[in-house]
Design a protein around this ligand. Structure first.
Ligand code: GUN
Ligand code: FE
Length: 428
């Protein structure tokens, strides 16, 4: 049960994005939350709010919550392991065998409880999450995530080809029927978690399955998440599988599963998206989930994020557990900056590295806009906030809030997260 929202204020040093390249940083401010939304950020509390409860976090930094646009809950069980492979071999030898274990609900309960607990303690306030192809285990994951108070889209994966004997749906019909059963089972059941249609990626889904999923997408008005242009061998494989298409994104678009007004879509990775693919993504408003740590671990490459920002594409960050090994979105910000520096130095010196402002924006406002008015402390945005305590990160002289934010991004672990609010509800 979520508590009834009330009007209250938090006081502390405050940092939030105003746009993709600017931060507002205040040394001592009040953020007022009213009915789960930000009513304003003030250096002095206006008279109309005198007398409302005010929690003093004067020693802490208050920032918007982090929105993880892409991660795999079942893969959390092997995060930090099996890092010496590239994508397709990693899927076949590590990922598919592990995901097959989620046919066993006892195993799923143990593994998903750990995942939900750890995500609750992390900097993440909202997330778009892949489950497995199993209906029961995915419903269990939704039950556990609902209880955390975090907001999440969660998808039962569809895969009817190129899996393994233990991890593949029998046919397109079975995959679609199971998806409808899942959607009907959970209809109206949750406040915090919602379903998202999740064709794993083109090599996992037959044309017949994609057509059936498109019908389900329209009938249930579902958002969609998948993978796109992550790895060169994967892209070559999609070319073979879909000879009628001229770029990977078309393999989704030909079925109507690639954005547009009635089909909000997240595509993870987009390391090698062509001009034509990017142009279609822009037209369709497709969100890019940039996953720098995963793209490094699986040697996939470095996405040209500066270009995506300049072209005004929707873009946020993803941890891509367990291609990425860290659940920390603060770490994802630092990773995005670091890989952009390597790209600048080694690949394309015309594309400057990402600034702290830009990477922070992607983790908060950029990804947040997939969830609505989310990701900053502008008026009427949903009040998602993190209280960061940097008192253990000792320093010989006082630092300003921008310096404190940067240091926390590079140095914080979960023990620095002293509090978390989502839509005005205190999570801890
Ligand atoms: N492409 C298809 N499935 C996956 C997955 O589980 N992880 C990543 N990183 N890419 C994928
Ligand atoms: Fe992924």
């Amino acid at each position: 049960m979520t508590k009834k929202p009330t009007t209250f204020a938090l006081r502390g040093a405050v940092c939030f994005s105003t746009d993709s390249s600017h931060l507002t940083c205040l040394e001592d401010a009040y953020i007022v939350c009213q009915n789960g939304r930000t009513a304003g950020v003030f250096t002095e509390l206006p008279e109309q709010f005198h007398g409302i409860p005010c929690q003093d976090f004067s020693n802490c930094l208050i920032i918007p919550g982090m929105n993880d646009l892409h991660l795999h809950a079942p893969q959390y069980a092997f995060h930090g392991m099996y890092m010496d492979l590239e994508l397709l071999e990693w899927l076949n030898t590590v990922t598919f065998p592990e995901e097959a274990r989620y046919s066993d609900l006892n195993y799923a309960e143990k593994a998903y409880s750990i995942f939900a607990d750890d995500l609750k303690k992390s900097a993440t306030t909202r997330a778009s999450i892949f489950g497995t192809l199993h209906v029961d285990a995915t419903e269990l994951l939704m039950d556990l995530m609902e209880k955390t108070g975090l907001k999440a889209f969660i998808g039962k994966i569809n895969m009817d080809r190129n899996g393994s004997k233990a991890l593949q749906e029998e046919s397109a019909v079975v995959s679609a029927t199971d998806t409808v059963r899942w959607l009907n089972d959970i209809a109206g059941k949750y406040e915090n978690v919602k379903p998202i249609l999740t064709p794993r990626f083109t090599p996992s889904c037959s044309d017949e399955l994609m057509s059936r999923l498109a019908e389900i997408q329209r009938a249930y008005c579902l958002p969609v998440q998948s993978h796109l242009s992550e790895n060169k061998s994967e892209i070559a494989w999609v070319k073979e599988l879909c000879p009628n298409t001229s770029f990977y994104g078309e393999a989704y678009d030909q079925f109507g599963l690639f954005g547009g007004k009635t089909c909000p879509t997240i595509m993870a990775h987009c390391v090698y998206s062509s001009d034509a693919e990017l142009s279609l993504m822009k037209d369709r408003g497709v969100f890019i989930a940039h996953c720098p740590q995963s793209n490094t671990n699986l040697s996939s490459g470095i996405a040209p994020v500066r270009r995506y920002l300049e072209e005004g594409l929707h873009i946020g960050l993803g941890t891509d557990i367990a291609g990425g090994h860290s659940l920390s979105m603060l770490r994802a910000i630092a990773d995005a900056i670091q890989v952009s520096k390597l790209r600048w130095r080694l690949v394309d010196d015309s594309q400057k590295p990402l600034s702290l402002e830009e990477a922070f924006y992607m983790a908060t406002m950029g990804g947040g806009s997939f969830f609505g008015k989310v990701g900053t402390f502008a008026e009427d945005y949903e009040f998602d906030a993190l209280i960061l305590d940097d008192s253990r990160l000792r320093h010989p002289q006082p630092l300003n809030s921008r310096e404190r934010l940067e240091r926390l991004i590079y140095l914080a672990d979960d023990s620095c997260i002293a509090g978390k609010y989502i839509s005005g509800n205190k999570i801890f």
